[in-house]
Design a protein around this ligand. Structure first.
Ligand SMILES: NC(=O)c1ccc[n+]([C@@H]2O[C@H](COP(=O)([O-])OP(=O)(O)OC[C@H]3O[C@@H](n4cnc5c(N)ncnc54)[C@H](O)[C@@H]3O)[C@@H](O)[C@H]2O)c1
Length: 451
């Protein structure tokens, strides 16, 4: 099929590339000239594992093109995907300006029937409203389908290629069939294609993200409670996870959810509820619990320094909102950085992919380290914010040598508290019971004494 994808961000670029890989002719459109020029030159503006190789192959074979010219990009397309951002607006609801702008431009340039597919996450009623707005601008017939995206950054290619399900909301059976045909290669492993009304499809995305966010806030609140009562959240997790009604997935305590989806989508759901006069006490609590949880490491660290972090150096491992991405939108690490800077600490940061994005925000207020161990030099504590694989089994002896003080605040519970105590680390996790550290062996030369 001939396809245009409008908006070439984390979702649009992955969608366009994977659809090209399955044999379609795809034109990706973005309004940001620099982004399109990069892509035309074979450079990928975001980090997503496996994406670069796929983009290169499909561009080389002529199935994937990039342009800033929307009318040109959509001219031949039977299907036009809209994957522009829908960020949080001032009132907490989704800002749909990008959707309306693209809809207007599509309508003004329609020369023959097309199916427009909203892939962006949009409040219920957007499909119908876009149809109304476009119909006012053109006589040419068109269809609008809603096809929310469930991919996860960091595993986006795999998620797109092997989705748990594909959800499509459309009013005409012909449109459902058209999209079923498009997705057939991705659903070979008996994954369901779920056809429903546009309203249900739009709502499905919010309900999915609200459920996932709820799980995170729930386990974080329980972890904080465990900590105060000397219960261990890891043991409790095992205790509940074997209950088949509960399960283990997505119940890991941490530093709160971030990223470009959960925070804004939970708030957009609250906004939708408010507009409809429906109570949203649970979602409001999920959001509030998450806000507080993003502060958990800063609280622990400042308590450790007895409220005065001036002259202290803190190392941070992990800046992206999750591993395997460079995305720092609403990342918990940013909350920690702001709190530590305000408290007068020096900060040495390391992240495998997100440093350029963080540098754009903080400039020379932070010390950027290419390697994890580099960040530890002369630091009074290490804070682990993102669970990149390379942080899971570090050389603790090297860490002991580099850190000025053997202190770790682990926002992802990566290590065994007993082992850390035996090694002599002062170690804190989220909801863990931690033994007192054993005194460091003779021969240990902390960085301070070597300096
Ligand atoms: N990022 C995710 O993991 C994810 C997952 C599922 C759904 N979503 C949803 O998908 C949508 C896109 O998310 P994203 O993370 O890819 O956003 P993004 O910010 O990475 O990308 C959006 C792109 O759209 C472009 N754009 C904006 N207005 C445009 C216009 N008028 N014409 C052409 N291009 C325009 C921007 O320049 C940008 O490149 C959002 O609604 C989001 O909620 C995101």
């Amino acid at each position: 099929m001939k396809i245009a994808v409008i908006g070439t961000g984390y979702v649009g670029l992955v969608t366009g590339t994977c659809l090209a890989e399955s044999g379609n002719d795809v034109v990706c459109v973005d309004k940001v000239v620099a982004k399109v020029e990069m892509l035309q030159a074979g450079k990928i503006p975001i980090y997503e594992p496996g994406l670069a190789e796929l983009v290169h192959r499909n561009a080389r074979d002529g199935r994937l093109k990039f342009t800033t010219d929307l009318p040109l990009g959509m001219a031949e397309a039977e299907l036009v995907f809209i994957a522009v951002g829908t960020p949080q607006g001032d009132d907490g609801g989704a800002n749909l300006e990008g959707i309306w702008a693209v809809g207007r431009e599509i309508a003004e340039n329609l020369t023959g029937p097309k199916t427009i597919i909203i892939k962006s996450t949009v409040p219920v009623g957007t499909n119908a409203e876009l149809a109304r707005r476009m119909a006012a601008l053109t006589e040419v017939p068109f269809d609008i389908a809603s096809n929310p995206e469930f991919l996860k950054e960091g595993a986006a290619i795999d998620d797109f290629n092997k989705p748990d399900r594909v959800v499509v909301g459309a009013r005409r059976p012909e449109v459902i069939e058209q999209l079923q045909e498009l997705y057939r290669p991705f659903l070979r492993t008996e994954r369901p294609f779920l056809a429903m009304t546009p309203e249900s499809a739009e709502m499905t995305k919010y309900v999915a993200n609200c459920m996932l966010a709820t799980k995170i806030s729930f386990i974080n609140e329980m972890a904080n409670l465990c900590e105060r009562y000397q219960a261990d959240i890891n043991e409790v997790r095992r205790g509940i996870g074997h209950d088949q009604r509960i399960g283990f997935s997505f119940l890991f305590p941490g530093v709160g959810y971030g990223g470009s989806c959960f925070p804004k989508d939970v708030r957009a759901a609250i906004h939708m509820a408010r507009l409809a006069g429906v109570p949203s006490a649970l979602m409001e609590a999920v959001d509030a619990v998450n806000d507080a949880q993003k502060d958990v490491l800063a609280r622990k660290i400042l308590e450790h320094f007895e409220g005065d972090a001036r002259g202290k150096t803190v190392a941070i491992w992990g800046l992206a909102f999750k591993p395997r991405t460079d995305d720092i939108r609403e990342a918990p690490a940013l909350v920690l950085i702001d709190r530590l800077l305000a408290a007068g600490a020096s900060i040495r940061v390391h992240d495998p992919e997100a440093i350029p994005n963080v540098k754009e925000l903080y400039g020379d207020r932070l010390i950027y380290c290419d390697r994890p161990y580099g960040a530890l030099e002369q630091a009074d504590a290490l804070a682990i914010v993102t669970e990149w694989n390379e942080f899971r089994t570090p050389d603790f002896e090297v860490m002991l040598r580099l850190l000025r003080k053997p202190v770790i605040f682990d926002g992802r519970n990566l290590y065994e508290p007993e082992q850390m105590a035996e090694l002599g680390f002062t170690y804190q996790g989220i909801g863990l019971v931690v033994p007192e550290p054993t005194p460091l062996e003779e021969g240990y030369a902390p960085a301070a004494s070597r300096a």
